[in-house]
Design a protein around this ligand. Structure first.
Ligand SMILES: [Zn+2]
Length: 353
């Protein structure tokens, strides 16, 4: 087996998914605005597969059954030819993984460990039932020998050979019908690709179009349900009340119509939604799990009030636009200033950070 140094195989700046790539580029923003933490952790491919099984509540065997021999062979050959691959992902916050074929291909190329972008909610305790590795090594300092679990044999790969015409697209691909929708598609955790009709016919499984994804996300958001205060526990209510007073104080000139606890469906299969801002009724909605800790409640509130201010200024409420980022920065500052006055001290007593 050829010896392949890890750095040769991977492009550590990308996962091939815009949502996570932004996270690699701008971890502070995601920590503050989305309550998501991420780091690149090295593990053996087999450990990665076990963690995929854990995340998807399935078995290691089932994970290996999802690995396609044709993908693995192709990827391995490309890796050995010097093509750098986007790194795999384990997202404990969103409950998803991406990159099993790549992981096994790297192993077949001779790598003993692989870099994985591990994503979690701030403060989330990661499930780790396997007494194996989830040890972090600074980039470039991977120990020579990483333990490999020898007890679990690697089942043979699925023996399907791909026809020549098979078209391989990223697992999060959406069919581009309109370039102007690319940004919205990215926001949903997908990536627009342009394909000819012939190429579409060669796809292993159908992919959604950009328009379908966006329509679906709007359909999903319409299922948002406000949760009445009476159904909240003391802690959630304390956090919501804090958010309301802050919103009132910060937006006294252009008030929001309200701040509500809500059950918010994920905008797509690949993202989860902790808060949303309604442009029509100018209300902020905070998901129940964001009301569990004061910090995430405030982070979410700042994000949504940022949209409120952005919307007044530009008539748009898109994420990651410059006006949104500026509004969030200034609102975060205003929040600190308000807390410093001591006006909120009574409310803060019941807040769990
Ligand atoms: Zn947003």
């Amino acid at each position: 087996m050829p010896t392949t140094s890890l750095s040769v195989l991977w492009d550590l700046t990308t996962t091939d998914m815009p949502f996570y790539d932004q996270m690699i580029k701008n971890p502070d923003y995601f920590r503050k605005a989305k309550g998501l933490e991420s780091e690149i952790i090295y593990m053996t491919p087999n450990t990665y597969m076990m963690k995929c099984a854990k995340i998807q509540n399935s078995t290691l065997e089932a994970q290996y059954r999802e690995v396609g021999r044709a993908f693995v062979d192709t990827y391995r050959d490309r890796m050995l030819a010097g093509v750098k691959f986007p790194i795999p992902v384990l997202d404990y916050a969103g409950g998803l993984q991406e990159g099993r074929n790549r992981a096994i291909a790297a192993e077949r190329a001779g790598a003993t460990t692989i870099p994985v972008l591990v994503v979690s909610r701030v403060g989330q305790v990661l499930p780790d039932a396997h007494p194996l590795i989830l040890k972090q090594y600074p980039l470039g300092q991977v120990p020579e020998k990483m333990p490999i679990n020898m007890d679990i044999p690697i089942p043979p790969l699925r023996g399907t050979v791909a026809p020549k015409t098979k078209v391989i697209v990223p697992e999060n691909a959406a069919l581009r019908t309109n370039q102007e929708l690319d940004r919205a598609v990215e926001h949903l955790g997908y990536q627009s690709v342009s394909l000819s009709e012939e190429e579409v016919a060669g796809l292993e499984k159908p992919i959604p179009t950009d328009v379908e994804l966006i329509n679906e996300s709007q359909r999903r958001l319409r299922r948002l349900k406000v949760i009445p205060d009476g159904q909240l526990n003391t802690r959630q209510l304390a956090h919501l009340n804090l958010a309301r007073v802050l919103a009132q104080t910060i937006c006294y000139r252009n008030p929001v119509s309200g701040v509500y606890a809500a059950s918010i469906p994920p905008a797509s299969d690949r993202v989860r939604t902790v808060g949303t801002y309604g442009t029509k009724n100018k209300a902020g909605y905070i998901a129940l799990d964001a009301l569990d800790t004061g910090r995430i409640t405030i982070d979410t509130l700042i994000h949504e009030l940022g949209h409120h201010r952005q919307y007044q200024k530009t008539g748009e409420a898109e994420d990651l636009e410059i006006e949104h980022a500026e509004a969030m920065t200034s609102i975060a500052g205003e929040t600190v200033a308000i807390v410093a006055t001591g006006k909120l001290d009574k409310l803060l007593v019941d807040v769990a950070w």
